[in-house]
Design a protein around this ligand. Structure first.
Ligand SMILES: [Fe+2]
Length: 244
């Protein structure tokens, strides 16, 4: 299928994929690649359109019925905690047309390449390529880790309005170890709103999601994994543990 056909194909709700995102966002400019390389993190505020946020929330709500609860310590990531509900890409692809189409949308992939300063491509692993992460109980957290793939685009569908309620991204670029996230100078904690997104240099940036601080809060994101033509894979098995 050509890119042009993909761009104009409506999803089940009749909204063309390009209208789900603001790919002309001012957040990506000639300095983005340098900032991403330095900070490990590039905020993309308001990347989702109002239609995009509404539609992806509907998709996520339907998918949540298929998602599984995960409560364990991940051995390959220094026993960091996982208290969350997840759904892997292989189930999402069987159920959603919109999310796989958005993942490979040429406008989005081009935007990410511009932001990264190098070509990015989708990955072939059906489990890891696009996943759903839901924190919905007090204490829920996605503990410290690095990703197997070099780039992660995270799209916020739900998030606590108040940073004091947790669910924040805590990250350290160019981390020597996951322990450095708590001790090293340079770690940052950032808050996002529904409709926001960020691009992370996710294989070298240690990162986690801080715990939800009380009942009644929800944080729902889609995580899209991308690679580059020159990236060397370093699979850890973490995606298999969390999403299968
Ligand atoms: Fe991650």
């Amino acid at each position: 299928m050509s890119g042009t056909q993909e761009q104009t194909t409506p999803n089940r709700q009749g909204v063309p994929v390009p209208q789900l995102l603001r790919t002309d966002t001012a957040a990506v400019d000639s300095g983005s690649a340098r900032r991403l390389a330095t900070d490990g993190y590039l905020p993309l505020p308001g990347l989702l359109t109002a239609d995009g946020l509404t539609l992806l929330r509907q998709e996520a709500a339907a998918l949540e019925a298929l998602a599984g609860r995960r409560d364990f310590a991940m051995a390959c990531m220094d026993d960091s905690p996982r208290h969350m509900t997840t759904l892997g890409g292989q189930i999402i692809a069987e159920t959603s047309q919109t999310i796989p189409a958005l993942y490979q949308d040429p406008h989005l992939v081009a935007l990410l390449g511009q932001a990264a300063g190098e070509p990015v491509t989708g990955i072939t692993d059906p489990v890891e390529r696009h996943v759903l992460n839901i924190l919905h109980q007090a204490g829920d957290t996605h503990g410290a880790h690095t990703d197997d793939q070099p780039y992660a685009l995270v799209l916020f569908l739900e998030a606590p309005a108040d940073p004091a309620d947790g669910g924040l991204l805590h990250f350290l670029p160019h981390a020597g170890s996951l322990r450095d996230l708590d001790t090293a100078h340079g770690a940052r904690t950032v808050h996002h709103r529904p409709g926001d997104a960020y691009l992370l240099r996710s294989d070298t940036t240690a990162h986690r999601v801080t715990p939800l601080m009380r009942p009644g809060l929800r944080r729902t994101v889609l995580n899209f994994a991308y690679t580059t033509p020159t990236a060397r894979p370093h699979p850890t098995g973490s995606a298999t543990e969390l999403y299968t």
